[in-house]
Design a protein around this ligand. Structure first.
Ligand SMILES: Cc1cc2nc3c(=O)[nH]c(=O)nc-3n(C[C@H](O)[C@H](O)[C@H](O)COP(=O)(O)OP(=O)(O)OC[C@H]3O[C@@H](n4cnc5c(N)ncnc54)[C@H](O)[C@@H]3O)c2cc1C
Ligand SMILES: *[C@@H]1O[C@H](CO)[C@@H](O)[C@H](O)[C@H]1NC(C)=O
Ligand SMILES: *[C@@H]1O[C@H](CO)[C@@H](O)[C@H](O)[C@H]1NC(C)=O
Ligand SMILES: *[C@@H]1O[C@H](CO)[C@@H](O)[C@H](O)[C@H]1NC(C)=O
Ligand SMILES: *[C@@H]1O[C@H](CO)[C@@H](O)[C@H](O)[C@H]1NC(C)=O
Ligand SMILES: *[C@@H]1O[C@H](CO)[C@@H](O)[C@H](O)[C@H]1NC(C)=O
Length: 480
């Protein structure tokens, strides 16, 4: 018998026994329980079950798998609008993964709407602003790539060989602003922000190490045309995760969260999982837990962290990101209105990054009257504040004359607006210099728990899969 099942009949559990027998409708036994069914959790479930013959159950709090993808489907036309993940970078075995799930793919075609620059705090259009010339931008990105290549061995896949504190390359510990100045990367800054950098609420103040994880080597290579990107032929990025959901069937517990957990070094894990739809609780007895959601305080509460785990996760801070699809007849067709502080004029690209919290832009989807919006703030930033940021930025654009209100006036319409929870986990320079990464790695496998997800590696779905592959090898070995 597993130690973990014994744990449940121990003194602490006996207290709850009578309640448990009412609440717990069933007990299921699996090799691996996976918490979080987003980019890394859903991928892990397929690989573990199909390629390693390991039984799995996925516990996902939302009504569907897919995490950051956030595809909104227009009920009138069936067309998909991806508010989160835009495309997948074609690296390693990524296309084969789509193929095995019967999701046909095609090359990503980058839309090129007209660009309007406006300061969203005043709503005034920047008429005297020049974005970097394409050649200068390319030049800067190539320099960034050379640096990213230099640091690649310690950054990806994962931080398995990250140097001891005294040997951490000085560049990685520089605030990104200083790194940009040191290496003459200024002409690349607006593009870095617009691509993935916006996900860090203070891009220029962030340590370079965390920027290289968000704007990683594969992202630069894609922008430079060295790597390609693809999308499902349906143009709905969610299709992959819907296919995974069908494949997993009842092994994906949706609208579900862990309410209680017992984890032990040798005896596996026992979880109580509650469905917010049925209100019913399932007990899961598993040999290992694979935790893929962000390891925030709120997410870790049910997991009874010990002092070591608490101190490591306590060193993480986060940015909060919200994405949505909006429409309004006043927003111009085939145009992106980019939030650009007035101080960026005439060509101060280091000043072109808005202060958090911000809406990055109103980005017109090709051939549609819909616009993508992204609100970003620090970890205290709530969904209602984010929605307010979007509305205020729209009202300012109106007040500042960048767009003209309809008559009679209409409010901005939200077709979708979704929280991502907390993303872009980061730790301070002090933490890194006191061995944070080593302590983080030290949690892998402890108390029958393994971890993947964006907090543990890079923020690009397919690059994260490459890291996850290295992690799954260790996890599977620990089952034997
Ligand atoms: C706006 C935006 C755009 C992006 N664009 C791209 C792109 O174009 N291409 C690309 O490759 N990458 C893109 N990324 C990055 C990519 O989405 C992430 O790197 C990837 O999704 C991270 O995977 P993950 O598994 O760590 O997190 P997620 O995909 O967010 O998955 C985490 C899952 O855990 C669930 N969860 C959270 N808490 C709990 C809990 N307590 N219990 C149970 N479940 C829980 C969540 O609901 C979610 O489903 C983008 C990210 C953002 C924010
Ligand atoms: C790539 O993926 C396919 C399908 O998922 C699998 O059959 C193949 O073994 C994988 N190759 C590698 C090198 O992982
Ligand atoms: C993909 O299609 C093949 C052929 O129709 C089928 O055998 C297989 O089960 C499908 N796989 C998935 C994951 O749907
Ligand atoms: C959208 O605008 C871009 C840039 O101004 C232009 O090249 C493109 O042809 C336009 N597309 C459509 C569909 O109008
Ligand atoms: C700095 O970068 C710009 C464009 O990115 C380039 O034109 C300039 O020559 C570079 N300066 C140096 C000293 O490398
Ligand atoms: C938009 O319309 C143009 C012209 O009809 C077409 O060439 C293009 O493929 C369309 N783009 C999308 C994404 O539908």
């Amino acid at each position: 018998m597993l130690l973990s099942t014994l744990l449940w009949s121990s003194a602490a559990a006996t207290v709850h026994a009578s309640i448990d027998s009412v609440r717990i409708v069933r007990t299921i036994h699996k090799d691996v329980a996976i918490v979080g069914g987003g980019g890394s959790g859903a991928y892990s479930a397929v690989r573990l079950r199909e390629d390693y013959g390991v039984s799995v159950v996925v516990i996902e709090k939302e009504i569907m798998l897919g995490g950051h993808v956030n595809t909104w489907v227009d009920p009138a036309t069936g067309r998909g609008y991806d508010a989160g993940v835009q495309n997948y970078i074609d690296l390693a075995n990524a296309t084969a993964f789509f193929a095995r799930l019967n999701v046909t793919t095609q090359a990503n075609v980058r839309a090129s709407p007209a660009q309007v620059y406006a300061d969203f705090t005043t709503g005034v259009e920047l008429t005297n602003y020049s974005p970097p010339a394409a050649a200068d931008r390319t030049d800067a990105l190539k320099r960034y790539l050379a640096l990213a290549e230099q640091y690649l061995p310690v950054m990806e896949p994962g931080w398995w060989t990250f140097p001891e504190p005294v040997d951490i390359p000085a560049d990685l510990l520089l605030p990104f602003r200083d790194f940009v100045i040191k290496h003459n990367l200024t002409a690349g800054v607006p593009q870095i922000f617009a691509t993935t950098g916006f996900g860090i609420h203070d891009l220029l103040g962030s340590l370079t190490m965390w920027v290289m994880r968000s704007f990683n080597i594969d992202m630069v290579r894609t922008l430079l045309g060295i790597d390609a990107a693809f999308v499902p032929a349906s143009r709905k990025n969610q299709d992959l995760y819907d296919a995974i959901q069908r494949l997993l069937g009842s092994n994906a517990l949706l609208s579900s969260t862990v309410t209680k957990a017992e984890r032990s070094e040798k005896g596996g894990v026992v979880l109580e999982v509650r469905s917010s739809v049925t209100g019913k609780t399932t007990r899961i007895v598993a040999k290992k837990l694979l935790f893929t959601a962000p390891p925030t305080n709120a997410n870790m509460v049910p997991f009874d962290l010990d002092s070591i785990e608490k101190s490591v996760f306590g060193d993480f801070s986060y940015s909060a990101t919200y994405v949505g699809v909006v429409s309004h007849p006043s927003l111009p067709a085939n145009t992106s209105i980019l939030n650009t502080p007035v101080a960026a004029q005439p060509a101060n690209w280091l000043e072109a990054i808005p202060k958090a919290p911000f809406n990055t832009r109103f980005d017109n989807y090709p051939n549609s009257s819909y616009y993508r919006v992204i609100a970003v703030g620090d970890q205290t930033y709530t969904e209602s504040q984010a929605r307010q940021t979007i509305i205020e930025s729209f009202d300012k654009l109106m007040a500042g004359g960048t767009i003209t209100q309809t008559s009679p006036p209409e409010p901005l319409k939200f077709l979708s607006f979704e929280p991502h929870g907390l993303v872009s986990a980061y730790a301070s320079r002090e933490a890194l210099e006191s061995g944070f990464i080593q302590r983080l790695n030290g949690l892998q496998g402890r108390r029958s728990t393994w971890y993947t997800g964006a907090a543990w590696s890079v923020h690009i779905s397919t690059s994260l899969w490459v890291f996850t592959d290295t992690l799954l090898l260790k996890l599977v070995a620990s089952l034997r």
